[in-house]
Design a protein around this ligand. Structure first.
Ligand SMILES: NC(=O)c1ccc[n+]([C@@H]2O[C@H](COP(=O)([O-])OP(=O)(O)OC[C@H]3O[C@@H](n4cnc5c(N)ncnc54)[C@H](OP(=O)(O)O)[C@@H]3O)[C@@H](O)[C@H]2O)c1
Length: 305
């Protein structure tokens, strides 16, 4: 089968290649999915799990991509809950071959049914950004209606999901980003916008929850803006700063069938808009995933037309 493969850690995203790889086999509790669409997070090439397995052994050549939408074609031993022919979407294991391929072997628990009226491109755009936003806001951040959220990178993949879900939950959302992101942040539901290059972040006053997707100095300054009892949620690595009188949580997103169901239901009924930029074929994926211009949304690879 055709797949987008990484072999050279030093080369980063520029080193990915379209290669022929053996079709995967279903292990215990796996399914095989015929991939129709796949998502990719540009920082994947910096994650240790792209290069080593859970035992710490070199696992290259590794197939990139961890988001998918497709159709189940085979079940592994002991697998329940999904059937051959079923449309599914979800988030694949960080340490295993991924979804930028014609087929992927994936544990059934990492998938959810994809309703017939949700297309594969939308399905592949949701798992990482949607689940990260959901878990950061509602599981780790324990967001309540009436609270305020500082949503960093509000025009980005995670930020557009954070903004929409927080607003739907009754929060006041202050989005941040670059000057060029202002309109997009408002379009996705931000009530206010802070241009991090020219506005004073400190002018926003106190907030209940900071959803940080940037880290570094922005995270440190944001920690000082959290109201007593509030939470700093970070997804860029161990939190570098702590609120004086609140919590700091850093986490890595996990697949969750019920949460995937909540997210796709919102896309179907119009409460949640996807943030998709370029859509390219698997043959064109290397160029599409190494863009020369600033991203206008998530790049999705249509593995099958
Ligand atoms: N822990 C987890 O489970 C998890 C899950 C998902 C993502 N992540 C990580 O979270 C980060 C964001 O992911 P994403 O997919 O949302 O990325 P993205 O689509 O690139 O969104 C990030 C947004 O923040 C903006 N931004 C970054 N630094 C900025 C700065 N200093 N000032 C102003 N704006 C800035 C970016 O603008 P530019 O493009 O111009 O920089 C972009 O619009 C990545 O590091 C990713 O690896 C972690």
């Amino acid at each position: 089968m055709k797949a987008i493969v990484a072999t050279d850690q030093a080369a980063g995203a520029a080193g990915m290649m379209l290669m022929e790889r053996p079709e995967p086999r279903a292990a215990i509790n796996d399914v095989i999915v015929e991939v129709h669409a796949s998502g990719f997070v540009p920082t994947e090439v910096t994650w240790p799990s792209t290069w080593i397995d859970r035992a710490g052994q070199d696992r290259t050549p590794s197939i990139l991509g961890h988001e998918l939408a497709g159709v189940v074609t085979a079940l592994g031993y002991g697998t329940t809950g999904l059937s051959v022919g079923q449309r599914v979407f979800g988030l694949s294991d960080w340490h295993r071959d991924g979804t930028l391929a014609e087929y992927v072997a994936i544990e059934a628990r990492n998938l959810a049914p994809l309703p017939g009226d949700a297309d594969f491109t939308a399905g592949a755009s949701l798992p990482i950004s949607g689940l990260t936003a959901w878990q950061g806001l509602f599981v780790h951040g324990r967001l309540q209606a009436g609270q305020s959220v500082l949503a960093h990178g509000a025009a980005g993949a995670v930020g557009t999901m954070v903004t929409q879900l927080a607003r739907e939950a009754g929060a006041h959302v202050i989005g941040t980003g670059r000057a060029a992101d202002r309109q997009k942040a408002f379009d996705f539901g931000s009530h206010e916008f802070v241009d991090l290059d020219s506005d004073a972040l400190e002018d926003i006053g106190r907030v209940d929850l900071v959803f940080d997707v940037i880290g570094g100095d922005i995270q440190k300054r944001s920690a000082g803006l959290i109201r007593a009892g509030g939470t700093l949620v970070s997804i860029t690595g161990p939190a570098e700063a702590w609120p004086e009188d609140g919590l700091a949580v850093d986490f890595v997103v996990e697949s969750d069938r019920a949460q995937l169901g909540e997210i796709v239901q919102r896309v179907r009924d119009g409460r949640l808009r996807t943030n998709i930029g370029n859509v390219a074929t698997l043959d064109d994926a290397v160029a599409a995933l190494n863009p020369t211009e600033r991203s206008k949304g998530k790049t999705i690879i249509r593995v099958r037309p």
